[in-house]
Design a protein around this ligand. Structure first.
Ligand code: BGC
Ligand code: BGC
Length: 852
């Protein structure tokens, strides 16, 4: 937990890198003397790039009157409680009652009573417990039903036995908006069976740099399809705006997330910074929100990311002036997983800035929510959060709750479909998922028309993805990262192999499962299922697009060498450079992450019993496929020079296209790990800049020679030549961090095998009064620290000393050295006066600090 909070602070620091003062000029919004701009609600002038929209759900005067009445009765404590969302692992029903909490969530991989195999009845019982607590007025006050939100991002994916649909990137390839509506409805039905009211989906990210670990949560790199899909998904989940059953029965509340430009961050860094103009923001990243709002989406989740250096959780212009006023959104904005803490000047437990900017509900998942509640209450009482803003936030939350019928529906267990186990993994839902699998497969190569295959053959099914439902489901599958699951965690599901075996055996053929590709009797054809292992946010970022599947390539080549025709089925959450694997295959199909209905694959790649095409391929890429592993931006409309397969590519059985041998030049240059790599030699070397996060969570890129911040001051000083060193003085007034950070990743992994070390000179003028850590950072929850307290305490005051820290220790402790964002930072909450000089990464070093 400590590590997470700390790395969170560092991440905020990175997002603010080098951008101070950019946001106004690049958006041009202050300058706009545009006649079609309007000024909404006394806020900033909204640029004419934004359309004037209206929510698909009209305001109802009776609902508004009811809200007025409730607001009139509520105490300030009750109002603040409505604005806090807590997590099931960190708050009890009793807490909900005592603090008048408005909402709960279960994060990815959080289950009732910490039981991964919780039953539907357990989910409903827990929902009842929180609901009853929220309605308990024995201490006085107003009964306001709590609302429970969950990440049902590809089906109700935290629940054992649920239908898991292909991830969004696959759905994009299907180009079928109507199917999206059906998936939304099926997901909502399964969610309502567990007594849950609200889903944190759809994700409307338009992902521009596929190194981002959430690429698979995006329908497309192009806004057109995201716009077509966004509204349909909302309609499927909530019901059609204006329809009788809107938000009733098997419908739930949807969330458009993550607002805004989560998919536009520089270098695809999770929670990073989208450095783009306002025109681009609207044209590329906002389109999905337009259709979602027109379909009446009731909640929007703020993004962790920044726009031109300003964290979305604190962006008044985009949350209030644009979203709520210009775009006519009258539901509420929820934060993302303590995302408010990254707003300048905020912390996990205090952020009036966020509420004042337009956030209506804090997502406060860890036990510190009580502090956040207390601080927010104090800020509401003191007027730091105005009574108008407080009432507006609560009004929006109540409006959504009333619209969803929560005041009338009674306890979750009393609702029409609650606890109906037959809805979880219902055959009708699985049929939709299987259709989605069929429609989303993209055929990249089919030389000699190897596909479709006859059924009655001897088929070898190889690869570690062949009979692996966890792997084929990807992240956000039962567990948060999708890791640690067995096939038995997916009752009712079918693996890719399972689907193949069914059709082959029914036709009298033989389907032999052999993960390593060995066999006794030579098969007629081999199907190899391989690809990325599951990952989710933070952990899924990569520094380049090489698949790196050496063992899989060897397997393909081995089979080919025995004259066995090879079909590759590639499991992936993003386009990756796989030219060697494609060359080693006769047919190559990207199956993305199909979810629980693996049989959809066999539906397409095998002929029917009569020997005819059963289902043809329909999938077309909605992400450009790379022609080398370099992280070049490749998006629809860009030059095709960097695309192996362009946006829209996808073969079918009607075309007869031969794919010639593809280039096997990855384009990556291996660093040899022999030469020292300088980080700081009097100035910060590219790509790094010298940055500080002070004790008040203010981030600064140090660009002048003397800077005084809260808890730390920084000064350029001379050792050998003018200003070749930096003096860092911590005064003990809170945790402050100083170091070298970049907005792009650097691969330092080649230093590992070469006795690599992080080397620097240091002079201590006042020994540390508290623990001091040296760290390497590679993204949210990615990094490692090493204590240097004793080393600094033992240093002779005023004397220079060279220190080398073994890189292997840091790698072993969790620093991913192939994707480093900060190769050197120091943090302490105590007092310390030290000066650093000549920081670099060296090989063949005798490390002073090894593991421990
Ligand atoms: C993710 C959201 C998710 C939330 C709750 C966050 O870390 O960014 O997409 O809805 O967690 O689990
Ligand atoms: C939690 C997940 C949550 C995620 C959001 C993780 O630490 O275990 O439940 O969804 O954080 O960032």
């Amino acid at each position: 937990m400590k590590k997470r909070i700390l790395l969170g602070v560092i991440s905020g620091l990175i997002a603010g890198a080098g951008l101070a003062g950019c946001s106004e000029s690049s958006s041009g919004r202050k300058a706009a003397a545009d006649p079609s701009s309007n000024t909404a609600g006394g806020g900033a002038e909204v640029s004419a790039h934004w359309p004037q929209l209206h929510s698909g759900i009209a305001k109802d005067p009776a609902v508004e009157a009811r809200i007025d009445e409730l607001l009139g009765k509520m105490s300030i404590e009750e109002k603040v409680g409505q604005m806090i969302q807590v997590e099931i692992r960190a708050a009890t029903p009793d807490d909900v009652k005592q603090y008048h909490i408005g909402s709960i969530l279960n994060g990815g991989g959080a289950f009732p009573y910490d039981n991964k195999h919780a039953s539907v009845a357990d989910w409903v019982a827990l929902a009842d417990a929180y609901y009853n607590a929220s309605m308990d007025t024995s201490d006085g006050g107003v009964a306001i039903p709590m609302i429970w939100g969950t990440d049902a991002v590809h089906g109700h994916n935290n629940v054992i036995g649920a239908t898991l649909f292909p991830h969004n990137i696959a759905l994009g390839a299907a180009h079928n908006p109507e199917l999206l509506r059906e998936i939304g409805a099926a997901t909502a039905a399964e969610v309502s069976a567990t007594g849950i009211d609200w889903v944190f989906a759809p994700t409307l990210a338009v992902v521009r740099d596929d190194r981002w670990g959430r690429t698979y949560e995006s329908y497309s790199e192009d806004p057109e399809l995201v716009r077509d899909y966004g509204g349909k998904m909302v309609e499927g989940m909530q019901g059609a705006a204006g329809a009788e059953d809107l938000l009733q029965g098997k419908h739930v509340i949807a969330t458009a997330k993550h607002y805004l430009a989560d998919g536009g961050t520089l270098n695809g860094i999770d929670r990073g910074d989208a450095i783009i103009s306002e025109e681009e923001l609207v044209r590329l990243h906002a389109q999905g929100y337009f259709s979602a709002i027109e379909s009446g989406v009731q909640t929007v989740m703020a993004s962790f990311s920044s726009w031109n250096g300003e964290k979305m959780h604190g962006n008044k212009y985009l949350m209030t002036d644009v979203l709520k006023h210009r775009l006519g959104f009258d539901g509420f904005i929820v934060g993302d997983w303590a995302g408010h803490q990254f707003v300048n000047g905020c912390s996990n437990v205090s952020c009036p800035q966020s509420i004042n900017a337009g956030l209506d509900m804090f997502m406060a998942p860890d036990p510190s929510w009580k502090e956040l509640y207390k601080n927010t209450l104090a800020q509401a009482k003191s007027g730091e959060i105005s009574p108008e803003r407080l009432d507006d936030a609560v009004r929006r939350i109540l409006r959504v709750k009333i619209r969803a019928g929560l005041f009338e529906n009674g306890a979750p267990s009393a609702r029409a479909f609650a606890a109906d186990e037959s809805l979880i993994g219902a055959p009708a839902h699985r049929a939709i998922a299987r259709q989605a699998v069929r429609e989303s497969l993209v055929l990249l190569k089919n030389n000699g028309n190897l596909l479709p295959l006859a059924r009655n053959q001897r088929v070898l099914v190889a690869g570690d993805g062949a009979d692996n439902i966890g792997k084929q489901s990807g992240g956000w599958s039962i567990t948060w990262q999708g890791t640690g699951n067995q096939n038995s965690d997916f009752p009712g599901a079918t693996s890719v192999y399972g689907g193949i075996a069914e059709v082959v055996q029914a036709a009298g053929g033989v389907a032999e499962l052999s993960v390593d590709g060995s066999f006794e009797q030579k098969p007629d054809v081999a199907i190899v299922v391989f690809g990325e292992d599951p990952y989710a946010e933070m952990q899924g970022d990569v520094s380049h697009l090489d698949y790196k599947g050496e063992a899989d390539l060897v397997l393909l080549q081995k089979l080919r060498a025995q004259n066995i025709p090879v079909v590759s089925l590639f499991i992936t959450g993003r386009p990756l450079w796989v030219n060697p694997e494609i060359n080693a295959s006769d047919a190559f199909v990207t199956i993305w992450q199909p979810g629980t209905e693996g049989a959809g694959v066999a539906d397409v790649i095998f002929r029917n019993a009569a020997g005819e095409v059963n289902h043809d391929f329909k999938g077309k890429l909605t992400f450009s496929w790379p022609n080398d592993a370099q992280p070049t931006l490749r998006n629809r409309g860009d030059s095709d020079a960097h695309a192996q397969f362009s946006y829209g590519y996808g073969l079918n059985y009607v075309d007869s296209v031969e794919v010639a041998a593809l280039s096997e030049q990855s384009g990556l240059t291996a660093t040899d790990g022999e030469q020292a790599l300088a980080v700081f030699n009097g100035r910060a070397l590219d790509p790094w800049s010298f940055q500080v996060t002070d004790a008040g969570n203010h981030h600064s890129v140090i660009s002048s020679s003397v800077v005084k911040l809260q808890g730390i001051s920084v000064q350029s000083v001379d050792r050998n030549v003018q200003e070749d060193s930096r003096r860092l003085q911590w005064n003990g007034e809170g945790n402050a961090i100083a170091g070298f950070f970049a907005n792009s990743r650097t691969d330092l992994s080649s230093y590992l095998g070469n006795r690599g070390a992080l080397v620097f000179d240091v002079k201590v003028d006042a020994a540390p009064s508290d623990a001091v850590n040296l760290g390497i950072y590679c993204g949210m929850d990615c990094g490692a620290e090493q204590s240097i307290t004793e080393l600094l305490k033992g240093a002779v005051p005023g004397e220079w000393k060279t220190v080398a820290v073994d890189l292997q220790c840091l790698a072993d402790a969790g620093a991913k050295l192939d994707m480093v964002l900060s190769p050197f930072y120091v943090r302490t909450a105590g007092a310390l006066d030290m000066t650093v000089h000549n920081i670099h990464i060296a090989s063949n070093a005798d490390a002073d600090i090894r593991c421990g």
